[in-house]
Design a protein around this ligand. Structure first.
Ligand code: FMN
Length: 437
């Protein structure tokens, strides 16, 4: 069934004028907290490209690590290519139900990839073309200082590199209807999380900015604000050795399902520990995100719902009478996946806590934060040798009831974890991890 028609004006999202949270509340009640009507036959809109501008091919596969490091490295095409491929490029060829396809290092709701990546360095402003692994040169001018001025809280030192993450506003709406806007915010968070992981591992002290003058940043990038907007900016200092490891390059959704086998509690705790570390954002959350586990088959952990205590890093039991499959609508693919999974990890947050300070944009900021945690959960699971799959098809009301979330807190995102069935769907990985060093 096709998703409902675009929202009427009163429900317009993103809201054309700031309403202090009223528009975001309306959107969430009508579309964001309701199970998406998914039209699997609908495609996503074509990725962005800028006809007529010079295209600079980047070496593929990139040398990992690239030779360059330190001040000036970020302007080196080889270094940029070595960052962008594991950020959002094509890292594998896979064979699935629908045939052969290219795979990316980051997950994206429905594989629609609504986000675009722009780079600002001393060498100019570029747009990344993932499929071609090339840069479109939008301007040879150094626009870093102008772009940094669009940030509400720019870094103290002028950034060496800015990664501007935009969203194509209609990219996934044919498939998801207006729910797609919330999914876009989660996707922005996933990509932002990947940028932070890569740049942190290279010692470039990155910060992700969600507080920015979107119109000004979009104007500098030449975007049409009606179709594409900058929703996050990651700033970074001079990088050291950029050497993504094998799990980062090989992460993928566990499409073959899960073995009905238990996972070790230490693996689950490692995932939770990595997910709950502080996120280098330009703003504090008035109320932080909480992590819950709904355990099915975790050795030594009672089945049921547990909440991670962020102070002790331990799981506290919440309720016994819930299994991962109960978080999804009966009869749907989520229920089946939940039945097989060893456990579900859920991210919850509080919308009401942030509207007073941040206005409507808090809605997006909170989902961005959940997306960062989702990226970390997927990557930490891959590092622990576990299969994982992010899911937005959670029945929010059922999940909130199962988790017994306190008032105003709600479920934002779920990830199912377990041992992937067999050896997974056939895949050819295209990038080789750097030698340790
Ligand atoms: C925010 C988000 C929500 C997702 N929700 C679902 C979901 O509800 N069901 C599902 O099967 N996959 C879901 N996915 C996984 C994507 O379908 C998957 O990432 C995409 O098809 C690309 O495949 P890959 O992860 O193997 O690279 C979600 C991914 C993200 C980032």
């Amino acid at each position: 069934m096709r998703p409902s028609a675009p929202a009427a004006d009163a429900d317009a999202y993103p809201p054309p004028v700031e309403t202090g949270g009223a528009a975001a509340r309306r959107y969430h009640a009508r579309y964001g907290s309701v199970l998406p009507a998914i039209d699997p036959a609908a495609g996503s809109t074509a990725p962005k490209h800028h006809p007529g501008v010079p295209v600079l091919p980047l070496p593929f596969p990139p040398a990992l690590p690239p030779a360059a490091a330190g001040p000036g490295a970020a302007a080196d095409p080889e270094w940029l290519g070595a960052l962008l491929a594991p950020l959002n490029g094509v890292t594998r060829v896979g064979w699935g139900d629908t045939g052969v396809g290219a795979g990316r290092p980051v997950p994206s709701g429905g594989g629609t990839y609504p986000a675009e990546v722009y780079t600002a360095t001393a060498s100019g402003l570029c747009h990344y073309l993932p499929a071609a692994h090339a840069l479109e040169l939008l301007s040879p001018a150094d626009l870093r200082a102008d772009l940094a001025r669009s940030l509400a809280r720019p870094p103290l030192e002028p950034p060496e590199l800015l990664l501007l993450i935009s969203t194509r506003l209609t990219a996934n709406l044919a498939r998801y209807g207006p729910f797609g806007h919330r999914l876009q915010a989660l996707d922005t968070g996933v990509l932002t999380g990947q940028a932070l992981t890569l740049l942190e591992s290279a010692g470039a002290a990155p910060t992700a900015h969600a507080l920015l003058a979107e119109e000004e940043a979009g104007r500098l990038l030449g975007l049409d604000p009606g179709t594409e907007r900058v929703h996050a900016v990651v700033t970074a200092g001079p990088p050291g050795r950029l050497a993504p490891d094998a799990p980062l390059l090989r992460r993928r959704t566990a499409r073959s399902g899960f073995e009905p086998a238990p996972v070790a509690p230490a693996d689950l705790l490692t995932v939770l520990d990595r997910a709950s570390r502080p996120v280098a954002l330009d703003h504090a959350a008035p109320v932080g995100c909480d992590l819950y586990v709904v355990a099915n088959r975790v050795t030594g952990l009672e089945a049921g719902c547990h909440r991670l205590d962020p102070r002790t890093g331990r799981l506290a039991r919440v309720a016994g009478d819930v299994a991962p499959r109960d978080l999804f609508p009966p009869g749907g693919p989520g229920e089946l996946a939940g039945f097989e999974a060893a456990c579900a990890v859920l991210v919850t947050g509080d919308y009401e806590s942030g509207y007073a300070e941040y206005g409507d944009r808090w809605y997006r900021m909170l989902n961005l934060r959940a997306g960062v945690l989702g990226q970390r959960i997927g990557l930490a699971a891959a590092r622990a040798g576990l299969g994982a799959g992010l899911r937005c098809d959670v029945d929010t009301a059922a999940a909130d009831a199962a988790l017994r979330t306190p008032a105003d807190r709600t479920t934002l995102l779920a990830a199912l974890l377990g041992r992937e069935r067999g050896s997974g769907a056939p895949v050819q990985h295209l990038l080789c991890p750097a030698a340790p060093g």
